[in-house]
Design a protein around this ligand. Sequence first.
Ligand SMILES: [Zn+2]
Length: 442
Amino acid sequence: MIPKDCKRLAEVDFPIAEVSRHAAREKSIRHGHPSTLHLWWARRPLASCRAILLGLLWPDPCDPLCPQEFKKAARLHLPKLPHCNPGKTDEELRRALLRFIADFANWDNAGNPAYLEVSRALVKAAYPDEPPLVVDPFAGGGSIPLEALRVGCDAFASDLNPVACLILKVMLEDIPRHGPKLAEELRRVGAEIKKEAEKELADLYPQDPDGATPIAYLWARTVRCEAPNCGAEIPLVRSFWLCKKPNRKQALRPVRVDGSLRSGGSVQFEIFTPKTDREVPAGTVSRAKATCIACGSVLPPERVRAQLAAQRGGADVVFDARGRRTGGARLLAVVTLRPGETGRHYRLPAERDYEAVRTAQKRLAKILEEWERSGKQGPCPVPDEPLPPVGTLGFRVQRYGMLQWGDLFTARQKVALVTLGRLARERPREDGDAVRTAMAWW
Ligand SMILES: [Zn+2]
């Protein structure tokens, strides 16, 4: 046991510059890093968690109270690694331990068996009776407990947020328990679900007649100009640029029909290749105000909010009984990939793009009807719980009439998410709990 008054390594020194460098580099690692498993907003770099844990767990060899067994073990194990020569004196040993901590902070060494063995051997030497328990009651993305497990501690992690709990369960329990087999199973089950979902959702995401595949729909919420004698529809966009890459520049601009920018109450657009930035019109929204493209009038923030609130946020298209769009969200452009060609293409929306959305709205209505007919068994397929009060964690969308979680999505997104959720839920028990839990992630 380390005596209570014995200083820990981190109390006397810490290789902060090197650990910071490794922590910063970790942010750009996209492949094979736990952070890519699931988004977490305040994820701590593993490099700094690993380094500070060792700095806090290990005693300072220069402290007269430092257990001799720890120093002996350190002198025995450190020479197994490059640049970690423990020398003869306590100062040299301290430097070697700090060197080890700095090098082990490198993500490339995090799975290196030599570093793992030495770190665990020295934690064991400092705590010969039983592994130390690292407790993190608000563990979030789980960096601290993950690194505690890596260096041979026991870990306890919890969080109030259910997303964080799910991340912790999969990363700290299921992955260590099942290893690479879990990844394999996940790929197999994921591929099956993808295939089935593609089949069920095909008519909501139709291919173009020329074989191109739409990969993104660029929507805008809309409000109406309130200037006398205008009433034009204003799509709310920050920028009319579609692509700013040199040689591929594309943008939208309003077209005059019969000399007027307004035709039937709405402004028509075309896609063009701007030669200079000045040819691209300014966006219509700035600081929550909206500027009318047709007459230049400005709609103040409270009117923009009121109009959007009346559309419950305005994410959905409003159709009349004959299926014609009369308001709500407006499709400005569709991004497509063409077979055999590289690069993205941009085209104006066609009738079939809106038709697919109408199909999605009908499908969603049916899903909700079935749930009602079942006597509302289980939770609503589209989350109908209220959003937290305005201001919670930066939530401010409630002022725009988005009051329930479901309001954050369009009808098509809801159908796609409900479908994926159902397919994951309907998987047989034989898939195993770990696969089913991990599937819920995605
Ligand atoms: Zn106007």
